[in-house]
Design a protein around this ligand. Structure first.
Ligand SMILES: Nc1ncnc2c1ncn2[C@@H]1O[C@H](COP(=O)(O)OP(=O)(O)OP(=O)(O)O)[C@@H](O)[C@H]1O
Length: 671
């Protein structure tokens, strides 16, 4: 390519990204392309004119990735051969990448192989957007939908001879696992001509996706449905995988669309009898009792569908035949760092909170987060920091309740060398200085001693801090987010909290609801299970155990929920959580027969008395007391307890179970 073409292309890209008029006024790019260009410049810091060699991963890494996607590749290769037959001779390459954009397999006309290789289209090459800029694979992954990137739509000048169309392939949980892409070089295709290619690629991607769903769910009953009987058991029907008690454990995109559900999570964990007018016993009788295809009505909209049932190919190897109602692999476990979007959920109060937080994310407005213990105040503060323009700078958290009163001043404001006896000889930068440029998170701000409140207010008013033992103020630039589970207004009335500081901190108030009050609590419980069980291939929750989790009042909110699930996963047999793996008190309190919900704040931990453990065996009583003493000393932090006792956390949880020590309110590390 002539340098002048590359320079002109790069100039066009920069003009578009910076909103300047293009020299060639005819040049128009669709929104997904210009958004991708903006990501390439601002986020990936790529230069469109730069020539570079393709990034190709090593053969061991490639082999690992291929093995990891073995079932997918087996399905895809057959479909790719069939698609390749249809397009061969037209100068196209057909390729499939994994979710990070690395090519795992390809079908290329042997006479064109060399040309495609020199364009970087070869097995093992990384076509993610942050490597190759806007392209059919990387942009499909970034946008999570089918895209065509035609010639000068490409970000890198080097790729403007290519025309590519990529379509996502999703696993039964809805996560993108692969991209199917058709590319051509020096194509004389018009953009309109790519519409046909897009239809073909989409069809093949949908087909692969459906086969993958059926294959991965083959050990469960699968219900397939469509409003037209002749389309049942074909590509266009909806598919639901069911547990043995008729609970939906996986749904494909078509099922979600046909049922008008608001996403997969609305279907997962629900009994099929809540979705269709089917009696559970009819369903449990299996396909033998039904004609091959029979009609059912959808309960929400009253629409008639024709359905077929496929029985499990093999009984799931589960403990004692217990019935899984929820399998995390079917949910989409979220990444560890939760974003504001992740936190919004479907609760009206949370949606309002997230909306307000987004509006002020980039401003200097102080944020006061209130909510009961464990409701996610710190998680919210971190998400807000990540959504702000300070995201790349420090987020410094100070727990005002955890630092001894005598140290809090030096912790916050730092000190000069030799400021006091025992001070570090080089002095210390306090948290306020560490947070300068970023965000200072004051957790449990209601626990800050009054004297310090006065000093903090001065720092916030003057934007400068004077370390202990120094007289020289240092300028700071901090965004303050504070949190408290206490009623600060009541504290002001009692003279325990400064009113002026309250107004300084309370630029905007975010009130987090208790877990039991959240309209979307069932969904949140499932999500937390999915997060905790991520990476455990066979983890599942038995239907009755799930019911206990859903019915319980959760006085310790999400923290308690997380710890209960974490402990249950550690002690359960074969990955299946049953009621026996949950604290007994939780199931009792959650049962409809329980006289009243657990009183908010009532500790769940340590509710069994020594007499209840193995009929009061004195050795066990002694062991229990010794263990409780260590746990108490570690403030119910199981990681530290296990470390101190020199055992793994799993062993510790097993021992807790044996000694019937509940783990309801223990504190563990943050995600
Ligand atoms: N929406 C959520 N999804 C998954 N986990 C969450 C969510 N919200 C909170 N958590 C988890 O719950 C636990 C408690 O959260 P966090 O520490 O933010 O609560 P908090 O309200 O600040 O608690 P405290 O009042 O004790 O300071 C953490 O382990 C956190 O990762």
């Amino acid at each position: 390519m002539a340098d002048s073409t590359a320079i002109a292309h790069a100039e066009g890209v920069f003009r578009t990204v910076h909103g300047l008029p293009n020299i060639d006024r005819q040049l128009r790019h669709e929104a997904p392309i210009t958004q991708s260009w903006t990501r390439c410049v601002n986020d990936h810091r790529l230069d469109p004119s730069k020539l570079h060699a393709p990034t190709v991963i090593g053969s061991a890494d490639l082999k690992d990735r291929q093995t990891q996607h073995e079932d997918l590749l087996q399905i895809a290769v057959a479909e790719m051969d069939s698609l390749y037959d249809q397009i061969s001779g037209s100068g196209h390459a057909l390729l499939m990448t994994d979710a990070s954009g690395v090519i795992l397999c390809e079908r290329v006309d042997p006479t064109l192989r060399k040309m495609f290789r020199s364009a970087g289209i070869l097995i093992g090459a990384d076509w993610s957007e942050n490597r190759e800029g806007t392209n059919g694979v990387g942009t499909c992954i970034a946008e999570n939908r089918p895209v065509t990137v035609h010639r000068a739509d490409h970000f890198r000048a080097r790729h403007i001879g290519l025309s590519c169309t990529g379509a996502p392939i999703r696993d039964p949980g809805g996560s993108l696992v692969a991209v199917l892409d058709v590319s051509s070089i020096s194509s004389h295709d018009t953009r309109a001509g790519r519409t046909h290619t897009m239809a073909l690629v989409n069809l093949s991607a949908n087909f692969i996706e459906k086969c993958l769903f059926l294959r991965r769910q083959r050990n469960h009953t699968i219900l397939r449905f469509h409003s037209r009987p002749e389309l049942v058991n074909l590509l266009y029907d909806g598919a639901l995988a069911l547990s043995q008690d008729g609970t939906v454990i996986a749904a494909d995109d078509t099922a979600v669309r046909l049922l008008g559900a608001n996403g997969r999570l609305n279907l997962l964990g629900r009994p099929l009898a809540e979705i269709f007018d089917v009696r559970p016993e009819d369903l449990l009788a299996g396909s033998r009792n039904h004609p091959a295809i029979w009609p059912l009505r959808d309960l929400r909209r009253g629409r008639r569908y024709f359905v077929s049932l496929r029985e499990p190919q093999r009984e799931p190897a589960r403990d004692g035949g217990a019935k899984p109602a929820l399998e995390p692999a079917m949910l989409q476990p979220r990444k560890n760092a939760l974003s504001l979007d992740d936190l919004a959920g479907e609760d009206p109060q949370m949606l309002r909170n997230v909306h307000n937080a987004r509006r002020i994310a980039d401003s200097m407005v102080s944020v006061l987060i209130q909510g009961p213990t464990g409701s996610g105040k710190e998680v919210f503060a971190r998400a807000l920091h990540r959504a702000s323009s300070r995201a790349q700078r420090n987020f410094v958290a100070v727990n005002c309740a955890a630092i001894p009163e005598t140290l809090i001043e030096s912790e916050l404001f730092g000190y000069k060398s030799g400021a006091f006896t025992g001070a570090h000889k080089d002095g210390m930068r306090g948290k306020v200085l560490q947070a300068s440029g970023g965000t200072l998170f004051l957790d449990e701000v209601g626990d800050m001693p009054l004297l310090l409140q006065t000093r903090l207010l001065r720092v916030l008013e003057d934007n400068e801090v004077v370390p202990l033992g120094s007289e020289k103020p240092i300028k700071v630039d901090i965004r303050v987010i504070s949190a408290s589970h206490r009623n600060l207004r009541e504290m002001i009335a009692k003279g325990q909290f400064r009113e002026d500081l309250y107004y300084r901190l309370n630029g905007i108030k975010i009130e987090l609801p208790a877990l039991a009050e959240r309209a979307d609590r069932n969904r949140l419980i499932r999500e937390v299970f999915a997060i905790e069980a991520a990476g455990e291939a066979h983890a599942a929750v038995e239907a009755k155990a799930l019911q206990c989790l859903l019915n319980y009042q959760w006085p310790g909110n999400v923290r308690e929920l997380r710890n209960v699930i974490r402990a249950a996963l550690a002690i359960c047999e074969g990955g299946l959580v049953t009621r026996l793996d949950l604290p007994r008190e939780l199931c009792e309190a959650a049962s409809p027969a329980a006289a009243a919900p657990a009183a908010p704040g009532a500790p769940l931990a340590n509710m069994a008395t020594p007499a209840e453990t193995s009929a009061g065996n004195p050795l066990e009583v002694a062991e229990r007391e010794a263990l409780l003493a260590v746990i108490d000393a570690n403030r119910w932090n199981m990681r530290l307890t296990a470390q101190q006792l020199g055992m793994s956390r799993n062993t510790l949880y097993r021992r807790l179970k044996r000694l019937r020590i509940g783990v309801g309110l223990e504190r563990v590390d943050q995600i």
